[in-house]
Design a protein around this ligand. Structure first.
Ligand code: C2E
Ligand code: MG
Ligand code: MG
Ligand code: MG
Length: 280
């Protein structure tokens, strides 16, 4: 969301604007090279769990290991990539990487769980997303219902008609569709009934103080209730404490994601976690 972007990129408003602009420009050039070389970008995976801790899904999150500057946060490079076609290349890189990884996990004997990929609005409305997803699913022989697309609310409002078309086509491939950072957009709720959605992800900013601030608690309760009435699954992002978990459980939240359970981690560690699970 714009709000979140503003918060995460406070350096854009730093007095030393020229330096910032130069740094961003370098990054854009370097991002192009890094994408071409296919070495510096990789995915980590954060488990999504049920009340009892059973892993029922994973979110794929991108990392940029810069040769000189070290690890750069997606909160920094994704907004920059969104200013150009780079975001489509990064989106395709993520989709390919995730499906390749799932193919690898399956070959290693893991029981697969659905994996979500964050897709930018620009990619949704102007890229060949559906064709690409279809091609990669076939290539890696992964069933569509094991892939989920997370889209932020803001996108859904920029071009609703186009979003409906793309999302309907993704549903035809059996994908799950989720609204990320729900509650942070300036939305009319009208889109919720128009779009073929499956999941609402409650933004971390509400989860943060759900057990300690009345208003945040009420917002979480309302989102969960709204989702129940619309037959959508709720995922709470950024669950860090047992108090937050207890509150959300009481209100009927379905799935949890956060440091209380797992941080984003390597595919190797995910294999271990999945292998430890007793499959019902
Ligand atoms: P998001 O999709 O809302 O992802 C959740 C973010 O919250 C991740 O940050 C995750 O590491 C972090 N998080 C999860 N649990 C906790 C917790 O308990 N406490 C705290 N403090 N944080 C938690 P990350 O990986 O830095 O990603 C930031 C954002 O960058 C993502 O937010 C998403 O909007 C974007 N992003 C990441 N990977 C991709 C990608 O492959 N493509 C696109 N388009 N965007 C991406
Ligand atoms: Mg997400
Ligand atoms: Mg989110
Ligand atoms: Mg969020």
């Amino acid at each position: 969301s714009a709000k979140q972007r503003g918060r995460d990129n406070y350096q854009l408003f730093h007095p030393d604007m020229a330096k910032t602009a130069a740094r961003n420009f370098d990054h854009e050039q370097e991002m192009r090279k890094a994408i071409a070389s296919q070495e510096q970008f990789y995915m980590v995976y954060q488990p999504k769990v049920l009340n009892d801790g059973a892993i029922v899904g994973l979110e794929a999150l991108m990392r940029w290991q810069h040769p000189k500057e070290g690890l750069i946060s997606p909160a920094e490079f994704i907004p920059l990539a969104e200013e150009s076609d780079l975001i489509i290349q990064l989106g395709e890189l993520a989709i390919d990487d995730v499906l390749k990884q799932m193919h690898g996990w399956r070959k290693a004997g893991c029981e697969l769980v659905p994996v979500s990929v964050n897709i930018s609005g620009r990619h949704m409305v102007s890229g060949p997303l559906v064709e690409y997803v279809k091609d990669r699913l076939e290539h890696y022989q992964i069933a569509g219902d094991l892939l989920e697309v997370e889209i932020t609310e803001g996108v859904l409002l920029t071009d609703v008609e186009r979003c409906i078309d793309v999302m309907t086509a993704l549903k035809a491939l059996n994908l799950k569709l989720s609204v990320d950072d729900f509650g942070t957009g300036y939305s009319s709720l009208n889109y919720l009934k128009k779009l073929p959605l499956d999941i609402l992800k409650i933004d971390r900013s509400f989860v943060d103080e759900c057990a300690t601030t009345v208003e945040d608690g009420q917002i979480c309760t309302t989102i969960i209730s709204l989702a129940q009435h619309l037959d959508l699954t709720t995922v709470a992002e950024g669950v860090e404490s047992p108090e937050q978990l207890a509150f959300l459980q009481l209100k009927g939240c379905n799935i949890y994601q956060g440091y209380l359970f797992h941080k984003p981690t390597t595919p190797e560690h995910i294999s271990t976690l999945l292998a430890q699970q007793v499959v019902a």
